[in-house]
Design a protein around this ligand. Structure first.
Ligand code: ADP
Length: 234
């Protein structure tokens, strides 16, 4: 729940929002979700929901595990089955910020049907835009300490000694899915499958596109300001 996030003013009740967040890997979706303080919502990541099923060894988890392991998108059929379960487990009044779903046009169309059947309307769809080369630069230069999890960036936040964790002296590694060919493949899938979703929401007047090059805190402020008109007209 974001309701208790730091920085929220106790005097100004935060408005319950129904938002979708779309952007390429590395665009900063998770950080933005954490920093959006003037709205109240549950931050829901489809990836987290899927991993939860796998961890809890549910029947869905057994089917999801195979798809997640190969790094490709989960099929629309299985994604919709899983996300529908999540959707109908909630009260219609609960706000949400959906991160990672919908990711294909058919998912977006199915999601609209579910919303309509419960008389819920989306307030806005936030699209974080980042140039592909900036994505590659952000992710491919990332190194992590396998022991304490500390994250470095070889250009912007390098360790004092090359390849060694400042805190514990362990040799840093690159996560397999942070390697450049893997990132480029994820970006290709994003272009092919997810960009049509942007057009779909743009045509509904719901899309707010924000360039995500800057600092995380500034980005959240900009998004909050630019979201206001979406609430004013609804
Ligand atoms: P990432 O977006 O960095 O891959 P996520 O945590 O959002 O990480 O998702 C993890 C994995 O779950 C994705 O790589 C994909 O296989 C699957 N996934 C998540 N959301 C969807 C979706 N809406 N449609 C299909 N597959 C999805």
């Amino acid at each position: 729940m974001v309701d208790s996030s730091p920085g929220a003013s106790p005097e100004a009740p935060r408005r319950s929002a129904r938002l979708v967040l779309i952007g390429p890997p590395g665009a900063g979706k998770g950080t933005l979700a954490e920093n959006l303080c003037s709205f109240s919502f549950d931050h829901i990541s489809s990836g987290d929901i899927f991993r939860g099923h796998v961890r809890n060894q549910t029947p869905l988890g057994q089917r999801l595990g195979k798809s997640l392991a190969n790094g490709q998108l989960v099929s629309d059929e299985l994604t919709l089955e899983t996300m529908k379960k999540w959707f109908w487990s909630r009260k219609p009044s609960q706000g949400f910020l959906l991160d990672g779903f919908p990711r294909t046009l058919s998912q977006a169309q199915a999601f609209d049907e579910w919303l309509e059947s419960r008389s819920i309307k989306l307030d806005a769809v936030i699209h974080l835009h980042l140039q592909e080369e900036a994505v590659v630069k952000r992710i491919a230069y990332r190194r992590v300490c396998p022991k304490d999890g500390r994250v470095y960036h070889l250009l912007y936040n390098p360790p004092a000694r090359e390849g060694i964790c400042d805190d514990c002296g362990t040799e840093l590694i690159q996560r397999p899915d942070d390697r450049e060919p893997v990132i480029r493949e994820r970006l290709r899938i994003y272009r092919q499958k997810t960009e049509p979703v942007l057009t779909y929401y743009r045509e509904q007047g719901l899309l707010l596109t924000i360039h995500s090059e800057g600092h995380a805190a500034d980005l959240a402020k900009t998004v909050e300001q630019k979201l206001q008109p979406f609430f004013a007209i609804r």
